[in-house]
Ligand binder design. Structure first.
Ligand SMILES: *Cc1c(COP(=O)(O)O)cnc(C)c1O
Length: 398
């Protein structure tokens, strides 16, 4: 029996069974669907990309996995080298893990221990955003502020170690002036808060956050598990404002194999480096640095560099703005577009009931949640295919 994610199993509608997938299409035994979700925002090059499939097959012929405890291998070395060279600034130190949630946990542990290693045990608090989503494990749920999780965390009572603020500069300044001595880090999904409702905010907020972190010696963590690899129209938001720790996941492997990485800068890495064994980072996911995942990630990054994906994403944004310009309806609260993300927020959740089936009948796979109808398409989508996805969204409100 499969226990499906985020579902009441008793009332769940049967999921669509996928028998094949290629490019932007998922195939069922009834026909094909454009995947407007990119399998949770990860499959940026589309399915069955021959180069990625080949990279995985070639590595599988040697070995699929060896642990990184006491062992190492070329795919993980090459990927770490590639990331160090490709990522901005001195984000050069790569700690791999098997999922985005774990990679965020690692980032939070790094930030806390960075100060503990200096003999400072008072910096136990984390500053984060309202409507934040950082994963489904316990610390990431706590740092998050996702409506879906509030009820389970209530069992613990009030959060003591996490302070949530809205994306307003005055709230940011106030939080730093009140709590700076207790904060080890400020963590944010930069520019685009995904699972919290595709909320978009201005870069000036992050620039100010960088200044305040510098002023008060607080580490800045960007959770770019969703925003990395072009989703906001920037390669990484870290290209615009440099964090101390960057977390990547989802599209890291082009969505082919689950993997993630927590990348630290020289200062953070230096806080662990030395002769004292107790200052080491005590973490080690069994499947960190999986060789197949590393080969998929290397190939995915190569494709991203070779084919000028940023101009593809700019086109997706332009087409989306053009097509959605005339969309109005009494149920619509807001239409938001940034890079390869479009979100239609409705006033009542019920206004989206039945949308998934409606879209499926029109050749599109979609998965709205709460009040949010959105698309995050694979970047290889053609103009006609994208227009089809957007037309179906518009048709729903007609
Ligand atoms: C999806 C997501 C995560 C969690 O990643 P998993 O691989 O699902 O554990 C963390 N942070 C953000 C911003 C995400 O979108």
């Amino acid at each position: 029996m499969i226990w499906y994610p985020y579902q009441q199993m008793k009332t769940m509608k049967a999921p669509y069974e996928i028998i094949d997938a290629e490019g932007v299409y998922l195939y069922t035994n009834k026909g094909k669907l454009i995947d407007s979700v990119s399998s949770w925002w990860s499959v940026i090059h589309g399915y069955k990309h021959p180069a990625i499939t080949e990279a995985i097959k070639n590595q599988a012929d040697r070995f699929s996995h060896v642990m990184l405890g006491g062992l190492t291998h070329q795919p993980v070395q090459k990927l770490a080298e590639k990331l160090a060279e490709w990522l901005p600034g001195d984000l050069d130190y790569c700690f791999f893990s098997d999922s985005g949630s774990v990679a965020v946990e690692v980032a939070l542990k790094m930030a806390l221990q960075y100060y503990v290693n200096q003999g400072n045990n008072r910096r136990t608090k984390v500053l984060s955003l309202t409507h934040a989503y950082h994963g489904d494990t316990f610390k990431t749920m706590e740092v998050g502020d996702d409506e879906d999780y509030h009820f389970i965390l209530e069992a613990y009572g009030e959060k003591k170690d996490v302070i949530h603020i809205p994306t307003r500069i005055d709230a940011l300044e106030e939080a730093f002036s009140r709590f700076h001595e207790e904060l080890n880090c400020f963590i944010a999904e930069p520019l685009l808060q995904g699972a919290g409702g595709m909320r978009m905010y201005d870069i000036s907020f992050l620039k100010r956050a960088r200044e305040l972190c510098d002023e008060y010696g607080v580490l800045l963590i960007f959770d770019e598990v969703a925003t990395g690899f072009g989703r906001t129209g920037n390669r990484f938001v870290a290209d615009l404002v440099l964090p101390d720790i960057l977390v990547l996941g989802k599209a890291l492997t082009g969505g082919y194999i689950g993997h993630a990485v927590t990348v630290a800068n020289r200062k953070v890495y230096g806080g662990f480096y030395g002769d004292a064994p107790q200052k080491a980072l005590m973490h080690g996911p069994t499947f960190m640095g999986n060789a197949l995942a590393c080969c998929a990630a290397l190939k995915s990054i190569e494709l991203f560099q070779e084919a000028d994906y940023l101009s593809k994403i700019r086109r997706i944004e332009e087409i989306t703005k053009r097509e959605m310009a005339d969309l109005t309806h009494e149920q619509i609260r807001d239409v938001r577009i940034l890079g390869g993300c479009v979100c239609v927020e409705v006033k009542e959740e019920a206004a989206l009931t039945g949308y998934q089936q409606f879209a499926c009948e029109r050749g599109v796979f979609s998965r709205p949640f709460l009040n949010y109808l959105y698309a995050m398409v694979p970047y290889v989508i053609t103009e006609n295919e994208l227009v089809q996805v957007l037309d179906v969204m518009k048709a729903w409100f007609r």
